[in-house]
Design a protein around this ligand. Structure first.
Ligand code: SAM
Length: 215
């Protein structure tokens, strides 16, 4: 073990002979630390840990804020509150440069990995390839739009019985345009208002995911 994983061993002051959890190739293992030096660590795998991912699986379609580093915060916080996947989404008023977004993907995956370790999720938040708002389809069991133009429903009106997958769309700092809101409504996304005030995009994402996971 080396690199960031090794830093984690040092940061948590894990000693030789102690157990630690390691995430490797999409699986989580309980291991025993056998050797440790400044350049690397050697672990023995005790067993694979199979932790269930809590339902519902929320895919957050996050319109990328113009202030790109806000996405780091969103990745970290929605990891903690239980989103399953984040899809960076380009909308009319979002950050537009797809090349710059693609360059950030590795960074967001690292942030997700670090949040996963901190909050003991079964798996890191998946960071999916970017998409465009016009491409979104209401193909989850429940499809929600946190709408800056308001909504007839609030989250507490929703019934999550039997719902396994949720799509949640959140706008950028400048919000959705009226056309975008209408397009998503026509496609079957339910407009939701969070009470009582207007929230920053990152607060809306965090609150939206956190509330759905606790309904
Ligand atoms: N510029 C917009 C306005 O003045 O109405 C506000 C956009 S808000 C800063 C960014 C995004 O967060 C919105 O597009 C929406 O997805 C979400 N959001 C913020 N407050 C919300 C609320 N009270 N209800 C539903 N969604 C909200």
């Amino acid at each position: 073990m080396e690199g960031e994983e090794l830093q984690h061993v040092f940061a948590k002051r894990i000693k030789i002979g102690q157990e630690l959890e390691l995430f490797f190739e999409d699986k989580l293992y309980l291991c025993l630390l056998e050797k440790l030096n400044p350049k690397g660590a050697f672990c023995i795998v005790i067993k694979e840990l199979e932790l269930a991912t809590p339902l519902p699986f929320i895919t957050l379609y996050q319109c990328v804020p113009v202030e790109l580093k806000t996405v780091d915060f969103i990745v970290e916080r929605v990891s903690e509150v239980g989103a399953y996947r984040l899809v960076p989404t380009l909308s009319k008023r979002s950050f537009q440069n797809i090349t710059a977004i693609n360059k950030r993907m590795e960074r967001w995956k690292r942030v997700a990995l670090s949040a996963f370790k901190q909050c003991k999720r079964p798996k890191p938040l998946e960071i999916a390839p970017p998409t465009r708002l016009e491409e979104l389809k209401a193909d989850a069991d429940l499809n929600l739009l946190l709408d800056n133009f308001g909504g007839e429903k609030s989250l507490k009106d929703l019934n999550l019985n039997g719902v396994k997958t949720v799509s949640l769309v959140v706008g950028p700092e400048g919000g959705f345009t009226r056309q975008e809101s209408e397009l998503l409504r026509e496609r079957g996304f339910i407009p939701i208002k969070l009470y009582p005030y207007i929230l920053r995009s990152e607060t809306a994402a965090l609150l939206g995911v956190g509330l759905i996971m606790n309904l």
